[in-house]
Design a protein around this ligand. Sequence first.
Ligand code: FAD
Length: 448
Amino acid sequence: MDTLHIIGGGLAGSEAAWQAAQAGIPVVIHEMRPKVETFAHKTGDLAEMVCSNSFRSDDSEQNAVGLLHWEMRQADGLIMRIADAHRLPAGGALAVDREAFSAAVTEAITAHPLIAVDHEEITALPDNGHWIIATGPLTSNTLGQAIQQETGTDRLAFFDAIAPIVYADTIDMSVAWAQSRYDKGETEEERKAYLNCPMNKDQYEVFIDALLAADKTEFHEGETAGYFDGCLPIEVMAERGRETLRHGPMKPVGLTNTHKPEEKAYAVVQLRRDNALGTLYNIVGFQTKMKYAAQTAVFKTIPGLENASFARLGGIHRNTFLNSPTLLDDRMRLRSRPNIRFAGQVTGVEGYVESAAMGLLAGRMAAAEIAGRDLPPPAPETATGALITHITGGAEAKTFQPMNVNFGLFPPVHGLKGGRRGRKDRYKAYTDRAKTLWTDWLDAQAVL
Ligand code: FAD
């Protein structure tokens, strides 16, 4: 039986190794720590949680990340089993004792008769054999450069610049309107690529004051090396001058408010469609280091977004990630070198849970391939399937930024009430549907 090699023994690499080994495939994990360190990791353990100790909501009926927990538990996920064993009281969230958690993952992996761990940095792309690259947001520089050489420099980013993402059905379309800048007789569908929220002078001044006063987060020590000017946080742009945003991402030119064609907006906030389903829109140019509570407060002052719900809030972090929609196929293989899969945060998902889920999927897909089978991805109506569908095809490739799991990635359930009022029933319908389809996907593998 061929060996599966995994580069990176983080959340994704450990889960991938476990899944493949449980399917009878020999695995070698190549993990550079503790020989080579990162600015965030503190130990040489596998699956180290570098910051918060939370796996977020554990509610598998009303929350997309809780559903992802459920799916991984059903699939014999190592990360979830050990997280459950080291759970700390945290209400509806799944918080874990971080040191005990990584130590237990390390123990389970090293005790597995089919898994070996080699502590070495891999610096080049392997030519032959079955490989998974799961080197995470802090992929070592040499390997990052090797990946860039293969993919092109514009297809592997070293920082994310995440603008907030809004659920389309929570935007007030009696205030906002659909139109791209300087449109020239576009179709209705093309117009929906952009939504516009107008501001008068007073509203703009209030918005700038709120931006300047908002609480901000700092970069971690060592994180800012290479921080680039082309992607400044909006609050930094506002600090450079009160008019900067009005001449930048909020410029009102080339747009006519269809609700009030006679009124010229003083500034316009544009939202761009973020997924093929049209359920998510990102606020163009609004990458930010504001704290989450401040972001919600400031963005809700934008006309049309007073009742907006956010699928994710903005951020800027050191984060190595691929332009997966152009580079990976739906089996998570690099199109130009199909012997290499990618998994974890480097594929453009965000967070411990999402990264582990992508490890689970890559591990199973690689194991199936080594055993001479093809494993199709799970249905896009499941949480794992929604994520993989988004990163390998559903997301807009040109503006691709890391994504965490949320119901905006799921194909809508029809016939249910929209907006906030129908939310509880809608989310329950999403999770019921997902559970059935996930069980079908697992059952189909069990009979092989
Ligand atoms: P990792 O867990 O980072 O694992 C990748 C592994 O690959 C590492 O062990 C690394 O040492 C190894 N490696 C890298 N390059 C090589 C190489 N060339 N050869 C061999 N080994 C290599 N997520 C949250 O959910 N909550 C948070 O609060 C949070 N805070 C974060 C704070 C910071 C500063 C950072 C950087 C990330 C944070 N994240 C957070 C994201 C979280 O770290 C990732 O989602 C998760 O760890 C990704 O799992 P992974 O397995 O893809 O990568």
